[in-house]
Ligand binder design. Sequence first.
Ligand code: NAD
Length: 502
Amino acid sequence: MPQDLPIIGHWIDGKTVTGPHRSQEVWNPATGKAEKRVLLADKATVQAAVASAEKAYPAWRATPTLKRARVMSKLKNLLEMHAEKIAGLLTAEHGKVAGDAMGELQRGIENVEYASYATELLKGEHSRNVGPGIDSWSELQPLGVTAGITPFNFPAMVPLWMWPMAVVCGNAFVLKPSERDPSSALFIAQLALEAGLPPGILNVVNGDKESVDALLDDPRVQALSFVGSTPIAEYIYTRGCANGKRVQALGGAKNHAVVMPDADIENAVRALMGAAYGSCGERCMAIPLVVAVGDATADKVVAGLKAEIAKMKVGPGTDAKNDMGPLVTRQHFEKVKGYVDQGVAEGATLVVDGRGIKVPGHEEGFFLGACLFDHVKPNMVVYKEEIFGPVLGVVRVKTLEEAMRLIDAHEYGNGTCIFTRDGEAARYFTDHILVGMVGVNVPLPVPVAYHSFGGWKRSLFGDLHAYGPDAVRFYTKRKTITQRWPSAGVREGAIYSFPSTK
Ligand code: NAD
């Protein structure tokens, strides 16, 4: 293994672990240079992380909920204290601009804050006198060792969707972050130790398919949360379920924004700019498709977007004046650029071409300027597939019904929104559309930490959504206890009929 670059190891039992493993470069997308190497765990390292979690679990399970919750309160403070450092790690490895990195972290912190309400969330339900002298209650018990596998695009936030709720519920957790930008998740795990989380309750293993498969096949792992692309989500769900685990696997997206003729077009256009090009389009809730109802609406939207794109500043995320940074890796840059080439070949009209953009002083960076297609048709690859880059396509339809038929027929159903001033149209849309998260004049309807996050169709495999109340259910097992204390010395006869209150 080349020793020239700083090495990113694993975090097991409250210590950094390095070893003679495979490794790969971690790039700074703005400079186009590899600046670190991350170790890729083998099966034995993953098994050691699971063993450490299993060992730490019983004492943590027995720790009073309030004490576990206090760890989350302390962690929230530490995250706020170290926010700039964490945002810096995000920009250095993912490329997103500083303000966006801070926004991501803040959303993550809100999940930690919600986890700190565990004493309320885990109270359970109690019924007195369900029968004569009989009481019954339901409680939410932890599962044991749980695990999470996360994507590159929210390297701090998505892990915080998972493990804070898992551990506050009394579980131990093994996290496998994205190998493309692993540093923030590792640093946050160290902060969790400082906040009072016992060693072993949160272990972080870096790696690729080998480490993921080791988690999927380890019988000690009871439940597994995944966020990433749809083909891998489906694989994780299928293999995890076949191995008897509880699995939730959140996948990819292709979110449509409907613009109605009565919408406030100027404001809609500005909202669409952030939703399409923020974070370089690398968000599962990004809007890569606008469905404009009527040609007049489409003409106004396209003209507005073109004018706004001309004002956009593209450059390194470290410079506060920039609106959009680079794509995450050269490989991803090539893939996104290939989609733009394909859109042109398929006959969509490329209104703004971001290919070939040069950022002075960052010529090797993975920068792609904003691209805008008009006249995108549903049979085109650029309509059907998730591009995950700064590429926005406008589809022209005649009616809201036609727009809704398109959205419903798409394989993904993560997010969508409608821009309109017509309450009846908005209500009809939110009521009927086959999508999990819906906005009305809100382009990124990402639920806050105390609601849950999840798409429909091939954007989510499993039943329970991520974070919020669903996470409490995902990371616990319900147990219902029925109890009576007959008076000593009273003899009772056998009862052969099914017990009831009749
Ligand atoms: P990805 O699927 O390539 O990787 C996600 C995780 O899976 C990583 O930790 C990776 O190491 C692991 N992985 C990759 N290939 C694997 C394989 N063959 N076997 C086992 N594990 C494997 O996703 P990504 O490129 O890191 O992230 C972008 C994708 O994530 C997009 O599709 C985006 O829509 C999706 N995403 C979805 C949500 C959501 O909530 N629905 C949120 C964020 C991102």
